[in-house]
Design a protein around this ligand. Structure first.
Ligand code: FES
Ligand code: FES
Length: 632
C-alpha cells in the first residue's frame, strides 16, 4: 500500500500496480494515454515531483509521499496557455501524444523559461508523435515560453473559419487537455473485458477447441467460438475473406487469426481464462513470401481459393518491348521493398453495449466506420447495429480494416454486456495491415539524349493473410509506375499474393511509393549512362500540360512538374557543387478515389441574408479538386 498525491489530492492505494493503471482505471484520469504499456512511447507521461515520468513504468508502492500531476491537474491559466500555444502552432493532429507533450513542456518551462531549440528537443526526447513531425510541437513550446515570459495569452489569431483563414482546430482543447474520448477512455457501468485467443501457427488446421476450463473459471462471462457466430463468419472491406473466428476443421492464415473470444469481468480474469482455452492444431507448412506463393506446389493459404493469387492487373500502352529493343540505353533491375508499419500511437480499442433501442452500439476508432457497420451487421446477421466513431489516435491506413470492432460487437450481441476490447501493442503490430512489400523487375529504355522510349515491368506484392485493400493498392502501384513522364510505350503486370504473413493494406501512398522507388532509381542510373544529371533527365522527360501520361491520362493545365524542377534547380546545383549528398525524385498520386469513380464534394452552406438565389445541391467534384476519402 502507498499514500501519495495526485493533482494535489492525497490518495491511498492498496493494490500495488502500475501508476498508469491506477490513474486510468481507478481515477479515470484519461489524459494519461496508454500507447504501449511498456515505457516506449511517452503518451502516458505525468509529472512526479516536477519531473516527466512515463506512468506505465513505476509501481504505486514506490510512490509514497510523491506528488503526481496530470494534465487534469494543471491550473486554469496553464490549461489556457497550452491550449492556445498548441492550437496556434498547429501542433495537434490525432492528439494522442499531446497531453504527454504538454507535461514535458511544463516541466521544461518551469525550470527554464527561455529554452533553446536544442533544449526543447531534449525535453521532448522520450515522447513520440507519429502525426506531426515535431516541427510544430517545437513551435508550440517556443510560443508557450514566450507567452509565459510576457504574461499574455492572446486570443486565437483568427476564428471566423472563412476560406483562407488560419484557425485553431475545433478539437484542440479536448486533445490538449485530454478530455476528448478515444474508445479506451470509456469506462461504462458494469463493463467487462474481451480478448481473442490467437493462433499459435501461421498455417495449421484447427482440429479441436476445448473451452470448458476457461468457461468454468469464476468471472468468465462467456467463451465464444466460430460455432456461435449468428451471421457470416467472413468479413472484409472489399472481399469477404477475413475470418472473424477460425472454425474447427478450418485453416489458420497467420498468427493473428482469432480462434476463440473470451469475455470476463476483469482484465486479470480475462488473461487467466485465455490461457485455459485449449486448441489442438495440425501444424502445416506456411507460405512466407510471393516466390513461395507462386511456386507450383505451393501450399494454399485459403482452402476455398484455387491459388494464392489475390489480384492481378495488366496495363499496356504502345509497344514497350519494341521500344526498349530499339533504345540506345537499356537498364534492367530487380527491386524489393519491405513491410512498413504505420506505428500509430493509439492501439486499437472498441467498446460495445446494448443501447436503449436494443441495438448493439460499437464505439470505435475507425478510418471507415460505415464499412465497420456493414461488416458487423454481416457478422451478427442483423441490422440492429450502430457504430459511433470516437477520436482516432492515428491510423494512416492501418485502421481501415476490422480488428476489434466486430469482435466487440459479437461479444455484446451474445452476452448482452458492455464490453471493452483493446489490443496490446504487440497484438496491434501483429493484427493490422501494413504497407505491402513488393518484388519488382523493371526494364527501361532511353535514347542517346536520355529521353525515355519505353518501360516494361512485372511487380508482385505480398498481401498477407487476407485481401484488405490489396487489389486497389496493386492497381495504384501499376497505374502510377510509369512516373510523371512523357512517353507512350509502357507495360506492367502486377500480381498480389496471399501469404501466411500479417495482412498488408492501406498505407499512405497506397502502392505508389513502391513502384515510384523503382522508376526513380532506374532514372538515376540512366542519367549516369547518358552522362547527364538526375535533374536533367527528369527535366527532359517531365510531363507538360496537354501531354499524355504513359497510362493514357491527358494532364491538365495545372500540372507544374517543369516549374517545380526549375524552382529546385538552384538549390540542387548548389548542393551538388558542395558535394552534399542530395537526392531528387518526382512522383504523381491520384487525389480522391480515382479509377473513374465519381468523387463527391460536399459543403454546408449557411445562408444569412437571402435564400432565394442559392442552390444547395452537391456537385460531383473533379478528381483533381476533391479531397481524398482516405489515404489512397
Ligand atoms: S510509454 Fe507508457 S504507454 Fe507508452
Ligand atoms: S498528434 Fe502526435 S501522435 Fe498524433
Amino acid at each position: 500500500m502507498a499514500v501519495f498525491f495526485v493533482n494535489g489530492t492525497e490518495v491511498s492505494v492498496e493494490k500495488n500496480q502500475r501508476l498508469l493503471r491506477y490513474l486510468r482505471d481507478t481515477l479515470h484520469l484519461t489524459s494519461v494515454k496508454d500507447g504501449c504499456s511498456e515505457g516506449a512511447c511517452g503518451a502516458c507521461t505525468v509529472l512526479i515531483d516536477g519531473e516527466p515520468i512515463r506512468a506505465c513504468t513505476p509501481f504505486t508502492d514506490s510512490l509514497a509521499g510523491r506528488h503526481i500531476i496530470t494534465v487534469e491537474g494543471l491550473t486554469d491559466e496553464e490549461k489556457k496557455l497550452y491550449t492556445y500555444a498548441y492550437g496556434e502552432a498547429g501542433a495537434v493532429q490525432c492528439g494522442f501524444c499531446i497531453p504527454g507533450m504538454v507535461l514535458c513542456t511544463k516541466a521544461l518551462l518551469d525550470k527554464n523559461p527561455d529554452p533553446t531549440d536544442d533544449q526543447i528537443r531534449y525535453a521532448l526526447r522520450n515522447n513520440y508523435c507519429r502525426c506531426t513531425g515535431y516541427v510544430k510541437i517545437f513551435a508550440a513550446v517556443r510560443l508557450a515560453a514566450k507567452c509565459r515570459r510576457e504574461g499574455v495569452i492572446p486570443a486565437p489569431s483568427e476564428d471566423d473559419w472563412k476560406l483562407g483563414s488560419s484557425v485553431h482546430r475545433i478539437d484542440v482543447e479536448e486533445k490538449v487537455l485530454g478530455y476528448g474520448k478515444y474508445p479506451d477512455d470509456w469506462y461504462l457501468p458494469d463493463m467487462c473485458y474481451g480478448s481473442a485467443v490467437r493462433s499459435q501457427y501461421p498455417r495449421a488446421r484447427v482440429l479441436a477447441i476445448d473451452t470448458s476450463k476457461a468457461a468454468a473459471l469464476p468471472g468468465v462471462v462467456r467463451v465464444i467460438t466460430a460455432a456461435d457466430i449468428p451471421g457470416e463468419n467472413k468479413v472484409g472491406h472489399l472481399k469477404h475473406d477475413q475470418y472473424s473466428l477460425i472454425p474447427i476443421g478450418g485453416l489458420t492464415h497467420y498468427l493473428g487469426d482469432a480462434i476463440a473470444l473470451v469475455v470476463a469481468e476483469t482484465p486479470e480474469i480475462l488473461e487467466k481464462a485465455k490461457k485455459l482455452v485449449k486448441v489442438t492444431y495440425e501444424p502445416l507448412p506456411a507460405v512466407h513470401n510471393p516466390p513461395e506463393a507462386w511456386a507450383e506446389d505451393a501450399p494454399r493459404v485459403f482452402d476455398e481459393e484455387e491459388s494464392n493469387v489475390q489480384a492481378y492487373k495488366h496495363i499496356a500502352r504502345g509497344d514497350a518491348e519494341t521500344a526498349i529493343q530499339n533504345s540506345k540505353y537499356v537498364i534492367s533491375q530487380h527491386f524489393e521493398t519491405p513491410w512498413t508499419e504505420h506505428a500509430f500511437l493509439e492501439p486499437e480499442c472498441a467498446v460495445s453495449y446494448m443501447d436503449k433501442d436494443g441495438y448493439v452500439m460499437v464505439l470505435s476508432a475507425d478510418q471507415s466506420s460505415h464499412t465497420t457497420l456493414h461488416e458487423c451487421k454481416l457478422l451478427l446477421g442483423t441490422d440492429k447495429v450502430r457504430v459511433q466513431n470516437q477520436l482516432v489516435g492515428g491510423g494512416f491506413g492501418g485502421k481501415e480494416d476490422m480488428s476489434v470492432q466486430h469482435h466487440a460487437a459479437l461479444m455484446t450481441y451474445l452476452t448482452g454486456r458492455t464490453v471493452k476490447v483493446k489490443l496490446t501493442r504487440p497484438e496491434s503490430l501483429l493484427i493490422h495491415p501494413k504497407r505491402h512489400p513488393f518484388w519488382m523487375d523493371f526494364t527501361m529504355g532511353c535514347d542517346e539524349n536520355g529521353i525515355i522510349q519505353g518501360v516494361k515491368a512485372k511487380v508482385y506484392s505480398d498481401t498477407g493473410a487476407f485481401a484488405s485493400l490489396g487489389g486497389p493498392v496493386l492497381e495504384r502501384a501499376c497505374t502510377h509506375a510509369a512516373g510523371p513522364y512523357n512517353y507512350q510505350n509502357f507495360e506492367i503486370e502486377g500480381t498480389a499474393y496471399y501469404t501466411n504473413n500479417p495482412p498488408a493494406g492501406a498505407f499512405r501512398g497506397f502502392g505508389v511509393t513502391q513502384t515510384c522507388f523503382a522508376t526513380e532509381t532506374l532514372l538515376n542510373e540512366m542519367a549516369d549512362k547518358v552522362g547527364i544529371t538526375p535533374w536533367e533527365i527528369r527535366y527532359r522527360n517531365a510531363i507538360r500540360p496537354g501531354q499524355e501520361l504513359p497510362n493514357g491520362q491527358i494532364v491538365g493545365s495545372e500540372t507544374g512538374l517543369v516549374e517545380t524542377l526549375e524552382a529546385v534547380k538552384p538549390y540542387y546545383d548548389e548542393a551538388m557543387k558542395q558535394g552534399k549528398p542530395v537526392g531528387l525524385a518526382c512522383a504523381m498520386k491520384n487525389a480522391g478515389v480515382g479509377v473513374g469513380i465519381p468523387d463527391w464534394g460536399r459543403c454546408k452552406l449557411i445562408v444569412e441574408d437571402d435564400a432565394k438565389s442559392i442552390s444547395t445541391r452537391a456537385h460531383p467534384a473533379s478528381a483533381r479538386a476533391s479531397a481524398p476519402s482516405s489515404c489512397r
